[in-house]
Structure formats: structure tokens, C-alpha cells
Write a protein that binds this ligand. Structure first.
Ligand SMILES: [Zn+2]
Length: 125
């Protein structure tokens, strides 16, 4: 792509009106907290719903998770006000989902960190 072609594209983009929804999404994105850095590598997806996280150092060790099995076997309870609204239900379900995702992230990070400390002594290279 030449500079002229890029300039032509940028001119079109800068003149394009931004809709209310897009503008609102941009504002909400800016308010979203930054995520914490993580040691979790990209997993492999295995048969039976198993999600496998390999040691990033390539030693052959891995940690398996099975989110589908966990979701099917864990008790799912949410607390709602007596006169709840659809927004209350959405908020409660989202809070439960976020709590489960956070617990899973902590469990995976702990497994990877413990393995790294035990087998690789937490070496930085
Ligand atoms: Zn390892």
C-alpha cells in the first residue's frame, strides 16, 4: 500500500460519522479497568471439553481444565430481590459468571506458577 492510498483511506475514515452506539462503546472501553497481566498461555482444546494449558517452557507438563463439566456439576445459586427486574437477573448472572471466571483464572495461574517454581525454579530465562 502506498502513502497516497493510505492517505485516501484515512481521509474517508476521518470523515465518517461516529454513531451514538459506537461513541458510547468507545467511552465505556475507556472506563473499563485494565486487566492484570497473566501467566496463562493460550490453551489447546481437547476432546471431551478439556482445555489444556501447557507449560510455557515446553517441558511437557500441562494443567487441564474442563469448564463445561464444572458448569454442569457446580451448584448455581444467585440472590435476587423479591421484586426483581430483568436487570437484577442479568446483574446476578453476570456476577456469578465473573466470579467463576476469576476463580478459574486464579486456579490456572496457581497451577502454572507452582509448576514453574517446583520444576524450573521460577527461572526468568
Ligand atoms: Zn515446565
Amino acid at each position: 500500500m502506498t502513502d497516497d492510498e493510505l492517505d485516501a483511506i484515512m481521509a474517508k475514515v476521518s470523515r465518517a460519522p461516529i454513531g451514538d452506539d459506537a461513541l458510547r462503546a468507545l467511552r465505556e472501553d475507556q472506563r473499563a479497568p485494565l486487566t492484570d497481566p497473566s501467566v496463562i498461555p493460550t490453551p489447546d482444546f481437547r476432546a471431551g471439553g478439556v482445555v489444556r494449558f501447557h507449560c510455557p517452557r515446553g517441558c511437557g507438563w500441562y494443567h487441564d481444565e474442563n469448564p463445561g463439566r464444572d458448569a454442569a456439576t457446580q451448584v448455581f445459586r444467585i440472590a435476587l430481590p423479591v421484586a426483581c427486574t430483568p436487570a437484577d437477573v442479568t446483574t446476578a448472572i453476570s456476577a456469578e459468571a465473573n466470579a467463576r471466571a476469576d476463580a478459574q483464572r486464579r486456579r490456572i495461574e496457581a497451577a502454572l506458577t507452582e509448576h514453574d517454581e517446583r520444576e524450573h525454579r521460577g527461572a526468568s530465562c
